[in-house]
Design a protein around this ligand. Structure first.
Ligand code: NAP
Length: 257
């Protein structure tokens, strides 16, 4: 299947590790140039160098925190100056936020909302003028299955990802007349660096491989945790020309969860 991504420019937030890095690699493999951000510069530069050496696409990277409006605008300006256009925005940056209802404060909820939901709003707003100028703008927001399937062990995610999924759906309706497609991909348990915090918190006495295999077999209908590459394919499809009549969709990638 030809995805029609050659020559396009995609912005990927939170691109230095895990799912964001897998999405960046997959898009580059389809001939899509990349603008990558994360807070830490080192991992970002390593990934940008790896993609440059294994493909012919242009890769721009710059550290930026999606919870900081000034950094988002600065990143947007750098990207637009570098590429003079943006076709695709992947709102991926995020992290897990531990705590149960007895321990979480209002501030915790606000901080988590800032990372998981407001960042999608902020970054989408920043790149919308550029997306409006291209032929077929795409926004893909990485969310969580907990946004529609609450789990008290992932309390803030269950609350704030619900808002985030609603944002993607509402933005899709607002932008549909302009032909800009906005979709959500909701992740289940996908093995990335984010999960080492869970391992350390829950069962530091257990070997990591054993902990993740046990978790996958107990909690996921397919009996295992996912790999970042298993998310990157659907995200790349949604970013492509072949997804031209899909907007407002909310797609789970969770092994049946
Ligand atoms: N893995 C899962 O099972 C799972 C499940 C549900 C949802 N998700 C969501 O999927 C997305 C990717 O998760 P992942 O598992 O790949 O996580 P990860 O391995 O921890 O990677 C997160 C990426 O986001 C960046 N990042 C974090 N906070 C940021 C910020 N404020 N501004 C800019 N960049 C930031 C990180 O780099 P720096 O730390 O250097 O900034 C890193 O590149 C997240 O939104 C996550 O919540 C994942």
């Amino acid at each position: 299947m030809k995805l029609g991504l050659e020559g396009k420019v995609a912005v990927v937030t939170g691109a230095s590790k895990g799912i964001g890095a897998a999405i960046a690699r997959e898009l580059a493999g389809e001939g899509c140039s990349l603008a990558l951000c994360a807070r830490g510069e080192e991992d970002l530069s390593v990934l940008a160098g790896e993609i440059r050496s294994s493909s012919t696409v242009d890769v721009f990277s710059s550290p930026a925190d999606v919870t900081d409006a000034d950094q988002v605008i600065r990143f947007r300006d750098e990207v637009v100056t570098h590429f003079e256009k943006v076709d695709i925005l992947i709102n991926n940056a995020g992290r897990s936020y531990p705590g149960n209802f007895d321990t979480l404060t209002d501030e915790d909820f606000m901080n988590d909302y800032n990372v998981k939901s407001l960042s999608h709003i902020r970054v989408s707003r920043a790149f919308l003028p550029a997306l409006r100028e291209c032929d077929s703008g795409r926004i893909v927001n990485i969310n969580s299955i907990h946004g529609h399937h609450a789990d008290a062990r992932f309390f803030t995610s269950s609350v704030n990802r619900a808002a985030s999924i609603a944002f993607a759906r509402t933005l899709a309706l607002a932008l549909a007349p302009e032909g800009i497609c906005v979709n959500s991909v909701n992740i289940g348990y996908v093995l990335t660096p984010q999960w080492s915090n869970v391992h350390q918190r829950v069962r530091p006495d257990m070997e990591a491989d054993e902990f993740f295999a046990d978790m996958g077999s107990r909690e996921v209908p397919m009996g295992r945790m996912g790999r970042p590459e298993e998310v990157a394919g659907i995200v790349t499809f949604l970013a492509s020309e072949r997804a031209s009549y899909m907007t407002g969709a909310s797609i789970d990638v969770g092994g049946g969860q």
